[in-house]
Design a protein around this ligand. Sequence first.
Ligand code: 13P
Length: 337
Amino acid sequence: MVVRASAYADELVQTAKTIASPGRGILAMDESNATCGKRLDSIGLENTEANRQAYRTLLVSAPGLGQYISGAILFEETLYQSTVDGKKITDVLVEQNIVPGIKVDKGLVPLAGSNNESWCQGLDGLASREAAYYQAGARFAKWRTVISIPNGPSELAVKEAAWGLARYAAISQDNGLVPIVEPEILLDGEHGIERTFEVAQKVWAETFYYLAENNVIFEGILLKPSMVTPGAECKDRATPQQVADYTLKLLRRRIPPAVPGIMFLSGGQSEVEATQNLNAMNQSPNPWHVSFSYARALQNTCLKTWGGRPENVKAAQDALLLRAKANSLAQLGKYTS
Ligand code: 13P
């Protein structure tokens, strides 16, 4: 048995605890340039660096955001970017009491030998990239891989996803970054909630098996799971109570209490649905901080309200703060619609 000694062990545990603090969660604003382009296109804006900068300035400088948001995940461009008025984005976040994080995976590619499934690239050179990200102010990292239910999932795809997450987590901890472990189980498909539950159990069993094999310090990681829901095309819809029951059953069966925080992704749920589901999960005490790491469910209305117009910045920030506050209340189990 190898006992892992990371020079950063105490700091990792402290960072994870800070992010998993009561009434707060993560703002995911790490859309790659391609994805950010789709978002900007939806409001009729061109995908230029200036437009991405304007939008991200709006997000990080929303007044009082740090009351509800403990961490913000950035894309590499944003980590090194300044606001439109010349302040470093990372400095603005730290002033808001928000920990800067960084997406470190290099995206999905087809998994050879599988049924049109994917794997996630980015392990080559990861240690040196992460050392530089730490120098630039990042204190946590994100690696998102996906599992498709309609396409399998094959044993191969699940093993590859779990192994990649575990290698990434170990490398991140060696470089002072708290790894967010994110095997997203995609919503696509006609399957019912039971099937998602079965797949999620398999994925998390395998992920924790390899995290342990790689001597990852569980107290210094955060998880970013999908909620257990029916497939997006399934006719039987689930209530927030059912989603909460299945998701909590999954977490209790598979996630050790040493893990400080479970930060759910929204995965295409509507803004209100994502808040209601989180609220339902926080109606009784949990061994972990159960919270959010939403992109679309925090940003959708904000982005639309902005529409690329400087005169709408304040209204757009208010829209972001409204969702952030609602999810903060949901983290405490106190949201009422
Ligand atoms: P959504 O909340 O829009 O699913 O995005 C979260 C995220 O960061 C996915 O990796």
